[in-house]
Design a protein around this ligand. Sequence first.
Ligand SMILES: [Zn+2]
Length: 325
Amino acid sequence: MFPWQTSNWNNLTSSQQNNRLAHGLLFHGAAGTGKNAFAIDFAHWLLCEQPLTDKACGKCKSCQLIQAESNPDLLSLRPEEEGKAIKVDQVRGLIEKISLTSHGKGKRVIIISPADALNVNASNSLLKTLEEPPANTVLILITDKPSKLVATIRSRTQMIRFDLPGTDESLQWLTEQNIENPDLVLKLSAGAPLAAKAMADNEGLQIRDKLFQNWQELASGNADALDSAAMWLKDGFKNLDNLPLNWMSSWLMDIIRSLQGGHIESMSNADYAKALQNLAGQVDLKSVYSLLDRLNDTIRLNGTSANQLMLIEGLLLHWAGLKRS
Ligand SMILES: [Zn+2]
């Protein structure tokens, strides 16, 4: 459990101690706050034979099985391939497993993440289990995008919201993790501390510099858009999910701010302010807005089956082809 999750922890553990814990829980909230890690800690605590206030004991049989990754009472369901759907066959397999292994009084926890990956058939298949779960079974569904879940799943679970920690708390934690430039990485990760740490751990700042350099070269006609797209895909998206597209969005927003007469202090990319002001001086507001609209569509499509390389090529060609003065 992370320090900013204490109130969620206290609420859920006290519900359990008062026998009031719902059988279906939906953990939701911004990405990068540690919902998955929390769910695993909470599952361990639920299964532990002698739990402490803030964690599992680490010594009992259940805890030992968990450490050996062979506790049959902890089940998880995730897409077979990252970014793809959780299929109905996987849900059926899980339900069959639960019915075959129902045993005595022991608890059982099932973690489904990301729950927004459940397709419609898989969701329907899960409904009955959510409505009438086997005794002592807790289902934890996790999502950054609760609106993408079918309404019937949402209505059959108790929604537990995970908030972003305050900036000071995040910075303190990042500093304790020995992250360099904690302010900058936190800002570039929309305030989510784990996303900021992942960015720092994956050389995110260096990659951002490289992509921004390339983006400037595209504007001055010194780079080829198709070669660049291949580079963005290879260097930019490995381990960083949508971040490079979110960066590009923030560069465009800063250009718009600059065109609207905003001061450097209002820019999200303070470290690139001068270069962004130069780029702003070459383009008109309308064409930047049209590119930003296209980028937002791409961010929505990215991670679906749409061809990622083609989407990035389209964006970089559009950026390189803007009318410049
Ligand atoms: Zn234990």
